[in-house]
Design a protein around this ligand. Structure first.
Ligand code: FAD
Length: 538
């Protein structure tokens, strides 16, 4: 039975990486009475929901995990460089069991509202199961990429076949054998799914709106000697990724791509390409994100790779991105993605050359005036990133002001962790924090630890509320925009810019600090050390 009377010290929303560690910290370190609400029927978040073929992480597994459980870092063995979704889910289930977390998590329960009661200094939280509880602290661990985006395609209800969104795939899987399948989208998820589906389907048609620059993942077993040496060096690794730019052991080449010989540049490009993963994206020449000319040299290398891999020159041209600089969209990692378009059973329908999707019909998809027939349509259309899951909470802060109203023209936060007018609300990996530009467990752990320390400090000092000051928030938003404004990142119609959602305000959502997540960590520590500078404490 739902409980409508309980009060908690803290309510945490979400039981992915963020919610699990937040619960552990508040309950086991601070001794708080915590309730976690999770919409899914178990823990895992991203790794519970995203079950499409080929779903796996793109961060290297040795750093795509928690670092606070030192023993687990030694005990857990990942099967490959980028484990698949079931393995990551198994890992998070193991963490939950090892730390007895599930007893404080209420599953199959969605938070649908929260109001800050200014008289009682408490959050009143409502769920779709009828719970109405109070909490002093409300912590949104709702994920940056958890609010599924299914664009309102005309006629979808008419389609007689089956359709799925990649982030809501059925647990029992989907058998594509002998089927005519459409994949809509060519982002990071689609790039993982397309080669897998193409192996099963009788016919696969890929609907592309914007071509992406893909780089090779180079997945596989990790050399046991390397695994051993990493385990011996975990302390060093953790320190390095925490202080790094992107939460990974990737560092820019401290040179301009324009100031080296063509031969040297080609050698470096080959080296990064062969290393696979995010190296080409995050460990390239230091001016790649700043100089169009430098950027185009990197883009040109990938264009040449596409042309040499895809046999049909007309298809290759359509797969070559146009109109946005390299690296300004989430980097897809590719395992046989470009090769897949050499298969006889794979067709590319490109919005620019063949015409975009007009409607879904009973039999399939009409694009560019032509009807394509399918048994199954897979929408790999991503998420309402970063702001979507937070806005869906229907929060009301001081004076009954809704978060939707406060963010009508785009998100405004202080450090991406706190919002003026919403006391005692914390947003883990919220907009305007490094979040999705990092290897996320690093950003998540930093936020969780900062929030737990903040709550501990408040309790020690007898303070009951903390709230971002509007002027500190304004300054932060200005800083976030100024830093990214000096880069090429705002030149793409990316989900980082909110451009994948019709009507969403165009603003760069994460924080690309001048020193990345490492510099941001220092900034947050300084704020805390200066008695929570920029916050009002009562
Ligand atoms: C396909 C895919 C691949 C990815 N690969 C990588 C990668 O390689 N490296 C990387 O760093 N990051 C990757 N990410 C990002 C990934 O989301 C994070 O790494 C991490 O899993 C986020 O954890 P989280 O707990 O913050 O959020 P999530 O894992 O998204 O968990 C949030 C949880 O909150 C729940 N929730 C949301 N709203 C409510 C509500 N109102 N009420 C109740 N529950 C709610 C959701 O059900 C969800 O379970 C990937 C994301 C996707 C989608």
């Amino acid at each position: 039975m739902p409980d409508s009377t309980q009060s908690f010290d803290a309510v945490v929303i979400g039981a992915g990486f963020s919610g699990l560690y937040m619960l552990k910290s508040l309950r086991d370190q601070l001794g708080l009475n915590v309730r976690v609400y999770e919409a899914g029927d178990t823990v895992g978040g991203t790794w519970y929901w995203n079950r499409y073929p080929g779903a796996r992480c793109d961060s290297d597994s040795y750093i795509y995990c928690f670092t606070w459980d030192k023993q687990l870092l030694q005990d857990w063995d990942w099967s490959e460089r980028y484990p698949e979704q079931p393995e990551i889910l198994r890992y998070l289930e193991h963490v939950a069991a090892r730390h007895d977390l599930k007893r404080d998590i209420q599953f199959n329960t969605r938070v649908i509202g929260g109001e800050f009661d200014e008289k009682a200094n408490l959050w009143r939280v409502r769920t779709d199961k009828g719970d109405e509880v109070t909490a002093q602290y409300l912590i949104a661990a709702v994920g940056s990429l958890s609010d599924t985006n299914l664009p309102p395609f005309k006629g979808l209800e008419r389609f007689k076949g089956k359709w799925y969104h990649t982030s809501r795939f059925p647990k029992e899987g989907v058998d594509f054998t002998g089927k005519r399948v459409a994949v809509v989208g060519t982002g990071a998820t689609a790039v993982q799914a397309i080669p897998e589906i193409a192996q099963q389907a009788k016919q696969l048609t890929v609907f592309q709106r914007t071509a992406n620059y893909c780089v090779p993942a180079r997945n596989g077993k990790v050399d046991p000697d390397l695994v051993r040496s990493r385990k011996e060096d975990y302390e060093g690794i953790v320190q390095r990724v925490r202080e790094s730019f992107f939460g990974q052991e990737h560092y820019f080449i401290p040179k301009s791509a324009l100031n080296v010989t063509a031969a040297e540049r080609e050698r470096e490009f080959d080296r990064m390409w062969d290393a696979g993963g995010f190296a080409f994206w995050l460990a390239n020449y230091q001016d790649m994100f700043f100089s169009e000319e430098a950027n185009d040299l990197c883009a040109d290398y990938i264009r040449r790779k596409i042309r040499s891999t895809v046999k049909d020159p007309a298809v290759a041209e359509r797969l070559i991105p146009k109109g946005h600089p390299y690296g300004t969209k989430r980097q897809p990692l590719d395992t046989n993605y470009y090769e897949t378009f050499n298969k006889q059973n794979v067709l590319l329908v490109d919005a620019k050359t063949d015409g975009g999707i007009e409607e879904i019909t009973e039999k399939g998809i009409r694009a560019g005036g032509k009807e394509y027939e399918f048994d199954i349509i897979v929408f790999a259309t991503g998420f309402d990133a970063m702001t979507g899951p937070l806005k869906a909470l229907n929060l009301k802060g001081r004076g009954g002001r809704t978060l939707g109203a406060a963010w009508a023209e785009g998100p405004r936060s202080y450090l991406g962790i706190s919002i003026a007018g919403f006391p005692n609300l914390f947003t883990i990996t919220g907009p305007q924090s490094p979040s999705v530009l990092t290897n996320m467990p690093v950003a998540i752990e930093q936020h969780v630890e900062w929030i737990a320390d903040c709550i501990a400090d408040m309790r020690k000092a007898g303070m009951t509320t903390i709230e971002a000051k509007p002027e500190a928030q304004d300054q932060w938003v200005g800083h976030v925009n100024e830093v990214v404004g000096a880069t090429l990142m705002t030149r793409a119609n990316s989900w980082y810019m909110g451009a994948n959602i019709a009507g969403k305000p165009r603003t760069f959502l994460p924080y690309l600090g001048p020193e990345g997540v490492g510099g941001y960590r220092k900034k947050c520590a300084e704020v805390a050390a200066k008695n929570y500078e920029g916050f009002a404490l009562e």
